[in-house]
Design a binder for this molecule. Structure first.
Ligand SMILES: Nc1ncnc2c1ncn2[C@@H]1O[C@H](COP(=O)(O)OP(=O)(O)OP(=O)(O)O)[C@@H](O)[C@H]1O
Length: 323
């Protein structure tokens, strides 16, 4: 488990991380989200003892990183995949890390195999693609077989196959009971990968919740209803509007979009009124839509084109769920 207690980092006037208190638990993938400059990397660097907090503390299984004798055996991290000498081979890079942390050398070949770099392991890393660097970074994180893993944008530069590989890898690591904490700006991928979410903006905690709860609680979720009869549709609209706090739109002659009521509430109402329904389904907001709404006040660089209206950015389809 990773524990943050009032964790704070100031750079002069800038408060990069502002009093974060949360637990990142084992057995699940925790996604770490926030706009550019929100403080994600700084938080991860403080957990890993690479930056000193201005206040508060970050603990790994109850201890500060600095007190861990062989850190890579307790916590593995991928922060900057390209942080190695270009003339060095993947294998010699990992061998050096293994030697200095008392990790048996056979583990080097094991992790190279796990990330698919065995064939190129003796080539200078300078010739690697970004995706290969990322795989090498993941190998380094796994080297000490640690219980806690921290990945800063691990899918950056990976092709779709590589992205899926990271997703399956981190999910299997969490299924083994490990703590997995990873950041990414790819919302659709995060929605597929994470169980739990921590969202920060301007260094402050905006959300610490399960993915399911975050999506379900969104005001952007709606219920879609289709009726075969225009008179039925009007009756339903009239009755829905009588209930306060319900927003109803009719995008097509036979269709309603209802916000503020669950599918169960709409279905029960239709049943009481004796109306025929041909479709009744919950349309959950996408993580991207909820994230945009949540962080709207926290983005550092605005282009003026972002929006939080229903429908989001239009780059992702909301996912339908049977009601
Ligand atoms: N060494 C430093 N000196 C001064 N300011 C810094 C330093 N490192 C980070 N910052 C500032 O701290 C804030 C948080 O930066 P950080 O890199 O942690 O954000 P981030 O959420 O990881 O961003 P991104 O998504 O762009 O990687 C930013 O305002 C950044 O400019």
């Amino acid at each position: 488990m990773i524990t943050l207690r009032e964790l704070t980092k100031r750079y002069g006037e800038t408060v990069a991380v502002d009093g974060l208190t949360l637990d990142i638990k084992g057995g699940q993938v925790t996604g770490f989200l926030g706009p550019n400059g929100a403080g994600k990397s700084t938080t991860m660097r403080m957990i890993l003892g690479l930056d000193h907090p201005s206040g508060g503390e970050a603990l790994i299984d109850g201890r500060p990183y600095s007190s861990i004798r062989h850190p890579i055996r307790e916590v593995g991290a991928l922060l900057d995949a390209k942080a190695l000498h270009p003339a060095r081979s993947a294998r010699s890079h990992l061998v050096a890390q293994a030697r200095s942390n008392g990790v048996p050398l056979r583990r080097v070949d094991e992790v190279l195999e796990m990330v698919g770099l065995t064939k190129v392991a003796r080539r200078p890393a300078g010739a690697f693609s970004l995706g290969m660097y990322q795989r090498l970074g993941v190998a380094g994180a796994l080297l000490g077989d640690p219980r806690v893993l921290i990945f800063d944008e691990p899918v950056n530069g990976l092709d779709p196959d590589g992205v899926r590989w990271v997703r399956e890898l981190v999910r299997s690591l969490a299924a083994e009971g490990r703590t997995v904490f990873l950041s990414s700006h790819l919302m659709s991928e995060m929605q597929l990968t994470a169980d739990q979410l921590v969202v920060i903006g301007r260094g402050k905690l905006l959300a610490d919740t399960s993915m399911a709860d975050l999506l379900a609680s969104s005001s952007l979720s709606s219920v879609r209803v289709r009726t075969p009869d225009a008179a039925d549709l009007r009756t339903l609209i009239d009755h829905l509007l009588r209930d306060g706090g319900v927003h109803v739109e009719s995008p097509a002659a036979d269709e309603l979009v209802v916000k503020g009521h669950s599918a169960e509430q709409v279905g029960d109402l239709a049943n009481r009124l004796g109306l025929r329904l041909h479709e009744l389904r919950t349309v959950s907001a996408s993580l991207e839509q909820v994230y945009m709404e949540l962080t709207a006040q926290s983005v550092e660089y605005e282009t003026g084109t972002g929006g939080t209206a229903f429908g989001g950015t239009g780059s992702e389809e909301p996912e339908g769920e049977g009601a």
